[in-house]
Ligand binder design. Sequence first.
Ligand code: SF4
Ligand code: SF4
Length: 178
Amino acid sequence: MSVLVSLDPSLRDSVNLQSHQNISRCYDCDKCTAGCPVAYAMEYGPHRILQMVRFGMKETALASRDIWLCAGCETCGTRCPNDVDIAHVMDALRQMAVREDIRNPANDIANFHRVYVMLIKLFGRMHEASLMGALKLLTRDFVSDMDAGVKLVAKGKIPILPERIKGAGEVRRVLKGP
Ligand code: SF4
Ligand code: SF4
């Protein structure tokens, strides 16, 4: 049985533009995946994600959990003989997936990302109690980790009410991009 995959020939240029990289320089040596500390948990690994972007396999790349498992550690970019900063490429793919509301098997990480960015835009800084509350609502998992959260609040490690920093508007502008 053949499986049809729709291709988007503009994907490579869009990703290059957003990540400020030139992924055409990649010659598939696999050094990035060999050094990636989370490749063991990925479906494809960074070098195959780059292949997908070069071939225009947008749906597969954006729906892959690999782009959310990437920890942005930069190990791959350091090992790449062609100076491709794959962490930036992964970041661009995550932003595309969020914009296009593409869900993936690592949806918890994507939800965390969405809520995290939303709170930073609101307050200019993180507020852990809001983060926990919003994630509980999104995931409808009201029980797990609750003990730890309550203890941290009780010990004063997490403030109950959020504080907005003075430059919150500037932080919002930075996150919005040019
Ligand atoms: S930046 Fe991401 S893809 Fe690259 S080595 Fe680190 S975790 Fe792996
Ligand atoms: S290390 Fe660089 S050249 Fe090699 S596969 Fe990864 S991105 Fe491509």
